[in-house]
Design a binder for this molecule. Sequence first.
Ligand code: GAR
Length: 216
Amino acid sequence: MKKIVILISGRGSNMEAVVRACARDGWPARICAVISNRPDAAGLGFAAANGIETKVVDHREFDARESFDAALAQEIDCFEPDLVVLAGFMRVLTDAFVARYTGRMLNVHPSLLPSFPGLRTHQQALDAGVRVHGASVHFVTPALDHGPIVAQAAVPVVAGDDAAALAARVLKVEHDIYPRAVRWFIEGRLSIEGERVALTPSEPQWLFADIAGEGV
Ligand code: GAR
């Protein structure tokens, strides 16, 4: 049984998608804990209601990134996780923290990386005039929103879109590719080869959504 710790900062819909998929599909894994850096993160309620241990490490109680990351790592390590899943965890991580979980920490980012790292990705996409936008699941490396890509999903940008409409379309596909990618990790099917992630046995590491959000 593999052990997973999920980190959130807010709503936690990606965490919810992973928790539901794990239960529904009988993964050989257990979500040991959901940890938030914000005490008011809405996702903590869902986790607790589903019998998952919740913890808060409030970043405002620390005066340096290093001390916050050290306290967070201490909480995470209590659960001896095989995998750390960042699900809307909105903190810039120190190199030491990232190094501690090299090759066993995944993130979902709401853009087709390497385009649009950082915040306000949907507005960045609209401002750039791209016609295709999406989401990426990647292994975490010290560079912000960068690292070997496990899976990507593409959605169209259509006339009349604003950042909120685009965010909703992208979020739907995040909920599809993130549980899939986590499952691949749990099944021991991912290997990092330089910048590329190989999946064995192979299956599509991409998803193209149509306007209704259905994969095609
Ligand atoms: C998601 O769209 C996720 O991709 C994004 O925050 C949102 C969290 O939603 N993450 C990042 O921007 C990380 N750079 P959720 O709390 O409902 O999963």
